[in-house]
Design a protein around this ligand. Structure first.
Ligand code: SAM
Length: 274
């Protein structure tokens, strides 16, 4: 609905499950930097709900930048949300934001963006990230820089499951806590697998998969994890089928590695959900 006098849209903006999950992790009163804001639905939603004090949305491409400006203006938040055209954290000044959301980008790109402007990062205390791939690397690198994991969860949208991780400078699980959790999960899983008479599994592969799936997500036994496990196993089975068409030794070794990963993931599925 539009306000009759100002023309501003007064309806609540509706977010999909993925952005909704990210929004639910933004601390009240945050001054937010939404990097790769695209349509700017996230900052506009947070402004409508009164959660943020202000926001700066950044996008590197002209199309999304213009669409973000349009959304902000349509919903009447031009006084609270600035939209900038630029690369990552480049348009931000030190102290302008204390919280960053970066969603819908590869994990490596997210890490590059976070590493690109140390002055801005000095004043940021919360990160809410939704990496598309390289989740293990995102967890490991940020923990090693001193960030703590406050929460991690899954969101399903259009049949796909997304991982959302929130990091804090001041509260949550430190690198030491998470490494302990990974070792605890590794030991529990290994004992259980050996007790049920299954083949010996490679401990490093098991650790790698736990880092990728998320130690807190595994601990919470998030129901959507079962979908991720099913999807990954199905994809890897397809890859193995293709690999079986060649006699090359290196391909066979890689296929054996994938078979091990499938055994581990199926074991995790049974362990958590049966
Ligand atoms: C897939 S969209 C995700 C949009 C939104 N964050 C979401 O999750 O719905 C990725 C957006 O990030 C922008 N982007 C990619 N690399 C960027 C960078 N280095 N700096 C700023 N924006 C970037 C793209 O132009 C695009 O609009």
């Amino acid at each position: 609905m539009n306000d009759m006098i100002t023309g501003v849209i007064t309806d609540s903006i509706k977010l999909g499950a993925r952005l909704h999950t990210i929004a639910s992790l933004v601390p009240p009163g945050a001054s937010l930097g939404d990097i790769g804001t695209d349509h700017a639905y996230l900052p506009v939603y947070l402004a409508q709900k009164g959660i943020i004090s202000k926001a700066i949305g950044v996008d590197i491409h002209k199309g999304p930048y213009e669409s973000a400006r349009q959304t902000v203006s349509n919903f009447g938040f031009s006084d609270k949300i600035d939209i900038c055209l630029g690369n990552g954290l480049a348009p931000l000044a030190k102290g302008e934001v204390d919280t960053l959301t970066i969603a819908g980008m590869g994990g490596a790109t997210i890490l590059d963006i976070l590493g690109s402007n140390p002055a801005v990062m000095e004043e940021v205390s919360t990160l809410i990230l939704q990496p598309q791939g390289a989740e293990a690397r995102v967890r490991k690198e940020l923990l090693s820089q001193g960030w703590q994991i406050r929460n991690e969860c899954l969101a399903e949208e259009d049949g796909r499951v997304y991982t959302v991780i929130s990091f804090s400078k001041f509260e949550g699980m430190s690198e030491k806590d998470i490494v302990e959790r990974v070792e605890e999960l590794t030991t529990n899983f290994r004992e259980r697998t050996l007790n049920t008479g299954n083949t010996e599994i490679n401990i490093n592969n098991l650790r790698k998969i736990i880092w990728q799936l998320g130690p807190l997500i595994l601990r919470k036994k998030e129901k959507l994890l079962e979908n991720i496990l099913n999807d990954v196993v199905a994809k890897q089975q397809k890859v193995i089928k293709e690999m079986s068409k060649t006699d090359r030794e290196d391909v066979k070794i890689r296929a054996d590695g994938l078979k091990q990963e499938i055994i581990i993931m199926e074991g995790i599925r049974k362990w958590l959900f049966q």
